[in-house]
Design a protein around this ligand. Structure first.
Ligand code: KIV
Length: 276
């Protein structure tokens, strides 16, 4: 009986070898973002094999408009919480803008903080050829690296907005070359964000390491969503690639309103909530 990612690995953390084995066996797998102990525990219990402490924390935790302002110091405590909340999931720490672009040394210093102080098992960084020396330095130092191509939000100002990437022959060719370079440099997986599904299919066919899609169609080896999008905690219009599996904002709103009404009406605390 082959060991599947979901059925087989129960008593230890998922490793990059497990992910590669699942990918080789054409087993699809999921990644979710996580930013705190309590939700990480739930996602770990749900069997989600990889949790990403994304720099999307800039938006969904800290309320910044883009991912650019968030720092290693702001992400580190979130990584620690997610690691403490999990027994099984691989925890990937996202390297924020300005924490790796300057040099391989800077990348290694900050990745080491996420692994030594945070307890993460891997890091993710954005970019293709331009971060090749960083990826090589990290991999040579024994740091598992997840690459991230396509609509890389840290480059939103260079892109002139959040728009589909890799459209047109030249851009598609560049993205394929970037993906191959990342794999060649030793990245264990490549996130493809908001690219045409035909291009994601081609990249997935050309790489042996897993591709992880977000807005990249059904042919990636794995899929990732920001958990607040997946569970409907983020209000407003979601991007087209998001599927909402719950209305958590509605549930929380109702609960908070009911609690406040109970306090106002002296319904809470009731006798069963009181010590004597
Ligand atoms: O920061 C993040 O949440 C991400 C995922 C969307 C891949 O990079």
């Amino acid at each position: 009986m082959p060991e599947t990612l979901y059925g087989g690995v129960q008593n230890r953390r998922i490793t990059i070898r497990d992910l590669q084995r699942a990918t080789d066996a054409h087993e699809r797998w999921a990644m979710l973002t996580a930013y705190d102990y309590s939700t990480a525990r739930v996602f770990d219990e749900a069997g989600v094999p990889v949790l990403l402490v994304g720099d999307s924390a800039a938006n969904v935790i800290y309320g910044y408009e883009t991912t650019l302002p968030v720092t290693v110091d702001e992400l580190l405590p979130l990584v620690r919480g997610v690691v403490r909340g999990t027994k099984r999931a691989m925890v990937v720490a996202d390297m924020p803008f300005g924490s790796y672009q300057a040099s391989p040394t800077q990348a290694l210093e900050n990745a080491a903080r996420f692994m030594k102080d945070g307890g993460a098992q891997a890091v993710k960084l954005e970019g293709g050829h331009r971060v090749l020396p960083q990826v090589e330095a990290l991999v040579n130092a024994g740091v598992p690296v997840m690459a991230h191509l396509g609509l890389t939000p840290q480059s939103v100002n260079a892109f002139g907005g959040y728009r589909v990437q890799g459209r047109g022959e030249e851009a598609a060719h560049r993205l394929v070359q970037d993906a191959k370079a990342m794999q060649q440099a030793g990245a264990f997986a490549v996130v493809l964000e908001v690219v045409p599904s035909e291009l994601a299919r081609e990249v997935s066919a050309q790489l042996h390491v897993p591709t992880i899609g977000i807005g990249a169609g059904p042919d990636c080896d794995a899929q990732v969503l920001v958990w607040q999008d997946m569970a409907g905690l983020r209000r407003g219009k979601a991007p087209r690639f998001v599927k909402r599996y719950a209305d958590l904002a509605g549930v929380l709103l109702g609960a908070a309103q009911e609690f406040a009404a109970d306090v106002r009406g002296r319904e809470f605390p009731a006798p069963e909530h009181v010590f004597h």
